[in-house]
Write a protein that binds this ligand. Structure first.
Ligand code: PLP
Length: 411
């Protein structure tokens, strides 16, 4: 009998190079064992065995490649890392226990006491706390700037600036940074340009192609897509990722094999999910703009959005998250949330289920009143992470909120 393929063979790495992202999401980074499973195996083991004492020594000494201990080598985690690296177009990915662990590992590996960071004001609240409270304790100072004002970034550069950190589009106001301009600034000043690509995922934007040095994800969001696991990942060139990996090996903010398996499988449907999220979000954003009790909608897909043209240039879609301000304050925002019956009241985003959040008292609740006001987190602001349910059902549920407010104000 003639076999056309080795039984355990997968697509050769060289073939993957020319493939589209939709194919990479399904095919890149798979590991197949001698059992010939079609879906991916999971390796829930803390350590691996050796054929001899000499082999154990060779593995630990780095003379022989292979698995050692799951804090830093696990095949399921490596499968997820391989797929992520292929999808972001980077040399190597390092998976971590959460999105915050990905940001922390990047900082611990690549910064040192006396370094200066410039970070956009419009970042996830906990990222802000990490830089402001914890990195400061170890002598890393952070200047926060307006995400969209490239001139403000330029003015903040100092001789000790080592990192520019941005989240684009931002959480929750969907502001868009000019990645090409920031990459040039970072490059000219010898700093690293780090992009949190959580909102777009590689399906909608690949920051490394715009000059970023490192891409970070909270895998907890769209990469999983069904709200099951917490995890993170850092992607970039070998010379930087080797340091991030060395930190992970020593400090242990490791992704579990089970979580890696969930994320790895989640990536297979990421491209089609992202397209459905984008379609629903755009339709809802347009609909929300027409509601009498809505003061303002933040979504880069709307022509009214100040960075609409930039988003169109550097993204393949506008994403699934939008925010809007109601006429009124916290009471109106909470009444609106409480009137919905299907949409989940939860702080996570990127789920196939639509979620609604009051950022001022949840995700950004730990910011000082001044920082909230500078970041545009007002009491009347609501964030929607638009899922993939039928958009008409989402409108019906949101309309319950509008009815409560309209009845209260007799609009
Ligand atoms: C943009 C962004 N980055 C990072 C994080 C942190 O990720 P994790 O919750 O997985 O630690 C979040 C969490 O909401 C986020 O929204």
């Amino acid at each position: 009998m003639t076999f056309h393929r080795e039984e355990t063979a997968l697509i050769p790495e060289s073939d993957l190079e020319g493939m589209s992202l939709d194919t990479l999401a399904v095919r890149a980074g798979q590991i197949r064992t001698g059992q010939l499973e079609h879906s991916d195996a999971i390796f829930p083991t803390s350590s691996f065995v050796y054929g001899s004492a000499a082999q154990a020594a060779a593995r630990f000494g780095g003379e022989e490649p292979g698995n050692i201990y799951s804090r830093f080598t696990n095949p399921t985690v490596q499968a997820f890392e391989g797929r992520m690296a292929a999808m972001e177009g980077g040399d190597r990915a390092v998976a971590t226990s959460s999105g915050m662990a990905a940001i922390l590992s990047t900082c611990m590996a690549l910064l040192q006491s006396g370094d200066h960071v410039i970070c956009s004001r419009g970042v996830f609240g906990t990222t802000n706390v990490l830089f402001q409270k914890y990195m400061a304790k170890f002598g890393v100072e952070t200047t926060f700037v307006n995400l969209t004002d490239t001139q403000e970034w330029a003015s903040a550069i100092r001789s000790d600036t080592r990192m520019l950190f941005v989240e684009t589009p931002s959480n929750p106001l969907c502001e868009v940074a000019d990645m090409g301009a920031l990459a040039k600034l970072a490059n000219d000043s010898g700093a690293l340009f780090v992009v949190d690509n959580c909102f777009c995922t590689p399906v909608l934007q690949r920051p490394l192609e715009h000059g970023a040095d490192i891409v970070i994800h909270s895998a907890t969001k769209y990469l999983d897509g069904q709200g099951r696991c917490v995890g993170g990942v850092v992607v970039g060139p070998h010379k930087l990722m080797d340091d991030v990996y060395a930190f992970l090996r020593s400090a242990g903010p490791t992704m579990s094999p089970f979580n890696a398996w969930v994320f790895h499988k989640g990536l297979e449907t990421l491209p089609i999910r992202m397209r459905a999220h984008c379609d629903n979000a755009l339709e809802l954003a347009k609909w929300l703009e027409q509601q009498p009790v809505v003061e303002r909608v933040y979504y880069a897909g709307l022509e009214s959005h100040p960075q609409h043209a930039l988003a169109k240039k550097q993204q393949k879609g506008f994403g699934g998250v939008l925010s809007f301000c109601l006429k009124g304050g916290r009471d109106e925002a909470w009444s609106f949330i409480d009137a919905t019956r299907m949409i989940s009241i939860t702080a996570n985003l990127g789920d196939v289920k639509t979620t609604i959040t009051h950022p001022a008292t949840t995700t950004h609740g730990r910011l000082s009143p001044e920082d909230k006001s500078r970041a545009g987190i007002t009491e009347n602001l609501l964030r929607l992470s638009v899922g993939i349910e039928a958009v008409e059902d989402l409108k019906t549920d949101l309309y319950r909120g509008f009815q409560v407010l309209q009845n209260a104000s007799n609009i």
